[in-house]
Ligand binder design. Structure first.
Ligand code: PLP
Length: 377
């Protein structure tokens, strides 16, 4: 296949030029703030993209599953943070990656689990490098940076071997609830203050805390300062999406992926066009609708990426059907059956997860490469 017109649809298309620009701009921004970038590969899940994302950086990455950890370890990445709280049943798999010389860091926010991590490490003759998760306002995982649990976990990890305290980690997921860039800045300030405070408390106990890890895409883009933070872990910034555009974190032209689909039907009576991209291609994530009613399951543009009519979007989905609608009369003549459209994703991480590969383009027309993705757990 050399042209996107020849791709079997639905297909996930990645614009390499836009990707490169997004990577470069985040790297430059964090460099200006004196912080390393440990890109989160949960969005891209692709070795080629990881290699581009760590250029000019120390080389560490973040993952969201052990399957990703094994995949990236196989691709030569040796410094990996698994940034989802560990459960003891996963430790054997972590230990097996450790034996392959992978510096795989795990995350705990519970003293009982920390004890189990250390005990298992001793039993298996390994040392689990471990970060303590800190809650800086997202209220998902994490201990209170001011609370006693932080110190209790730190003492366990700093104890009799089997585990090693590597530092603290937080993720300001609540940045996604913000209504303005001002609000994102204040969440970023809270995120920084909380995680740095946790590190300082460990320092007061005389414990080493080399890693002070923070970051989401919105806080990485808008943080006014990152003093005391050693690394940021944005992931979505590689692709961006309509949600990030709504938040004020990117512009529409920064969105690097789209779903290529084919028009399969016209329904003038019901004022809709049918496409072959439904729930299994676009996902059911409509979170970006909070910014506009004209987003639905994704904004529809023509195959070249140009607007067809304002507000054209996928309003409903069935498993393999998308219902394209607009407030204005639909331009049926411009989108004949068999023609191609592109859907910009509301939430790129979830839409990309519907596919097993990227069709890479640079000019929006020629397919210059195919990159596979890792999926599953
Ligand atoms: N770190 C952790 C622990 C996360 O859970 C996530 C995303 O869910 C990120 C970093 C990356 O944030 P974003 O998706 O905003 O780029």
């Amino acid at each position: 296949v050399s042209s996107i017109q020849d791709l079997r649809t639905p297909a996930l298309v990645l614009d390499r030029g836009v990707l490169a620009r997004n990577l470069e701009s985040m790297a430059r921004r964090l460099q200006g703030l004196g912080v390393a970038l440990r890109p989160h590969m949960k969005t891209a899940k692709c070795a080629e993209i990881a290699a581009l994302a760590v250029r000019g950086q120390p080389g560490g990455i973040t993952v969201s599953t052990l399957k990703e950890a094994a995949y990236f370890a196989g691709g030569g990445f040796r410094d990996i943070t698994y940034a989802v709280g560990i459960s003891p049943d996963k430790l054997d798999e972590v230990a097996s990656l450790r034996r392959q010389d992978v510096e795989l860091r795990i995350l705990v926010d519970d003293a009982g689990v920390a004890r189990e991590v250390a005990a298992r490490g001793r039993r298996l003759g390994t040392t689990f490098p471990t970060l303590i998760e800190v809650d800086t306002g997202a209220h998902r995982g994490g201990v209170d940076p001011e609370g006693p649990e932080l110190l209790e976990i730190a003492r366990v990890l700093g104890g009799k071997g089997g585990a090693r305290l590597d530092g603290v980690l937080t993720h300001a997921g609540h940045a996604y609830a913000c209504r303005s860039v001002e609000e994102i800045r204040s969440v970023a300030t809270e995120e920084r203050a909380g995680v740095v405070r946790a590190a300082e408390r460990l320092g007061c106990l005389g414990l080493d805390c080399p890693t002070v890890s923070a970051g989401s895409t919105p806080t990485a883009v808008h943080a006014p300062a990152l003093d005391g933070v050693t690394e940021m872990r944005p992931g979505n910034y590689m692709f961006f999406d309509l949600f990030q555009e709504g938040l004020g974190t990117c512009r529409r032209e920064d969105i690097a992926i789209s779903v290529l689909a084919t028009v399969i039907g016209h329904c003038p009576r019901h004022r809709r066009i049918l496409i072959d991209a439904g729930a299994l291609a676009l996902s059911l994530d409509t979170s970006a609708c909070r910014f506009s009613e004209d987003i639905g399951y994704g904004v529809v543009v023509d195959a070249s990426g140009a607007e067809v009519v304002p507000g054209l979007h996928v309003a409903r989905v069935h498993q393999e059907h998308g219902f394209v609608e607009a407030r204005e009369p639909l331009p049926f003549h411009r989108l004949p059956i068999g023609s191609r459209v592109r859907i910009l994703p509301g939430h790129a991480c979830i839409t990309a997860a519907m596919f097993d590969r990227y069709h890479v383009t640079e000019d929006g027309e020629r397919v210059v490469d195919t990159w596979s993705r890792v999926s599953g757990w």
